[in-house]
Write a protein that binds this ligand. Structure first.
Ligand code: ACO
Ligand code: LMR
Length: 270
């Protein structure tokens, strides 16, 4: 009989072999016929399911609010410096993306983990904060360099309002807001930031939308897909900054000496 060669690859999200490209079984024609949008395509390719419109709209909202935050933030700065060094679009984009991490834009997965585990364990917001402090651990998703109680982040307001209006329940968001009430008493900039707000709202969304079992929710969260949302959204801005620098014909960047404190003593001499 026929001997089948064992496959080296296994893949479950897209198939280009037939007459038409399929995203998780849905033909590209159908994707457009149903007007699934970028949120629908992302749901098929990342989560292997068609999520309800309130969820796909939320995904699109996340990509929109994370689109850019001006040229001064770590990632855009790197992209701009790289563009001005004459490098190509992909290099400038990657240079920006490489700054995304625990301090900038990449706190979503850890925020989701910390807040959902705390909520699930039944700990109070106050005990959660005390425990983090005792373990010398920052609360991921809390704090912002510029935004504060006095200078609120409208992106966070938009996300919060959408989650409250469209999701069946928002216990993790509510827990994070209770944490914010306490942290902002210490310092006005220890707000629930855009990473944190997206992260906790996303957990509430997948837990309450009916499309995932609890085991599937937990597995998905353990993969760390949420930082991917920021990466994807902010790529729009980084590419924009790259094009902007070319358009503005900006020369090679060199940081001014007078903005650097030079320390010349030999280490260990004082
Ligand atoms: N949890 C608890 N305490 C905090 C936190 C936090 N997340 N962030 C800052 N603090 C405390 C610090 O311990 C410090 O306390 P101290 O004065 O008693 O030593 C004080 O606030 C100042 O800390 P800095 O590091 O100087 O604060 P800064 O404003 O420079 O930091 C930052 C901003 C990097 C966002 C920080 O708050 C942080 O690391 N947060 C957690 C990670 C996070 O959510 N990053 C995403 C930010 S949003 C975005 O990038 C799109
Ligand atoms: C961002 O979205 O890039 C920011 O919130 C970070 C910043 O420092 O403004």
């Amino acid at each position: 009989g026929m001997v089948r060669k064992p496959a080296n690859f296994i893949s479950s999200i897209a198939d280009d072999r037939g007459e038409e490209l399929k995203y998780c079984g849905v033909t590209i024609t159908e994707v457009f016929a149903q007007d699934l949008g970028i949120g629908g395509v992302l749901s098929l390719l990342w989560f292997r399911r068609q999520l309800p419109p309130a969820c796909t709209k939320f995904i699109e909202m996340i990509l929109m609010v994370t689109g850019d935050h001006g040229p001064a933030v770590s990632g855009a700065h790197n992209t701009i410096v790289t563009a001005r060094a004459g490098k190509d679009l992909v290099s400038a984009l990657c240079s920006g993306l490489l700054t995304i991490g625990p301090r900038f834009g990449g706190a979503l997965d850890d925020a989701a983990k910390m807040f959902s585990e705390a909520y699930d364990s039944g700990v109070t917001p106050k005990d959660f904060i005390d425990r983090c402090k005792k373990n010398n651990q920052l609360v991921m998703g809390i704090g912002h360099r510029i935004k504060s109680l006095a200078n609120p982040d409208q992106r966070v307001v938009l996300i919060k309002e959408y989650a409250k209006k469209h999701f069946k329940s928002t216990p993790i968001l509510d827990f994070a807001l209770a944490v914010e009430q306490i942290t902002t008493r210490k310092r006005a900039n220890l707000i629930l930031n855009v990473d944190g707000c997206i992260a906790v709202s996303f957990v509430d969304m997948i837990r309450s939308c009916g499309a995932f079992s609890r085991e599937e929710c937990d597995e998905l969260m353990s993969f760390g897909c949420l930082n991917g949302l920021f990466v994807l959204g902010r790529s729009i801005g980084f590419i924009g900054h790259y094009l902007d620098q070319l358009r503005l014909k900006q020369p090679l960047y060199r940081h001014p000496w007078d903005d650097i404190t030079y320390i010349q003593e030999l280490a260990g001499s004082s």
